[in-house]
Design a protein around this ligand. Sequence first.
Ligand code: 0WD
Length: 261
Amino acid sequence: MCFLSGKRILITGIASKLSIAYGIAQAMHKQGAELALTYQHDRLKNRIKKFAKELDSDIVLPCDVSEDKSIIALFNELKKFFPTFDGLIHSIAFAPSDQLDGDYVNTVTRQAFQTTHDISAYSFVAMAKYCRSMLNRNSSLLTLSYLGAERVIPHYNVMGVAKASLEANVRYMANSMGPEGIRVNAISAGPIRTLAASGIKNFRQMLVYCENFSPMRRTVTIEDIGNVAAFLSSNLANGITGDVIYVDCGFNIMAMKPDFK
Ligand code: 0WD
């Protein structure tokens, strides 16, 4: 018996086979979850349908989280397949590309700050708001964060500020939804080469740095993150809420180069 048997889970944020959400979908499928997937743009529709097929799902629905009406339409449509469900994976972030390169104070603008927070932080609680009545007891809502929420990562800039907001969101949502038996958590993932990550200046150097400085001397994979996401979405994690769980090969604990002499 797999630990997600009988769970119905909605997964957002698959853009390619490199996406963290793709690793999560695969791990959840292995553990017996029934999945529904979303796509942002029509140009992604056929690709996501193909992924869904591999995952034994034929539920593939559009959703652009920048618009309430798109989120509402998603859940109205999802109801036809899943009248109720047990989990949501929010694996979505966006910042205008000129924000992820250079000096934070000089680069940030009011508009970019708003857009980044809207898509990367607000959208998580917006989704929770519109699916709340469809969530079963022991449901789990899970989002993806990064160490840049707590510490300065060069070039991560306004996205770090939005991730801090996302992590605070997790705590307030957990308190709000806890009495209904709904848990809310984040995974703080180590860096992985994906479409979104390639927009961050010097991302390749970040990977090398993490490989050299983490206790395990490697970077994480989407399988590593997928397995923890599957656990957190299962009843095995029923005692965990409002938390940010690191899946980063231990990078966050280091204050000095591991082989410092
Ligand atoms: O190193 C990394 N890759 C890390 C990523 C380390 C730690 C955290 N994360 C986070 C990201 O910040 C994000 O929250 O993980 C999450 C998933 O990111 P990913 O898997 O690295 O990136 P990607 O495969 O690009 O998926 C993100 C997707 C978008 O892809 P593109 O490449 O088209 O921007 O987020 C989706 C979109 O599919 N997305 C939206 N979905 C619905 N509505 C929207 C939107 N408005 N905007 C972006």
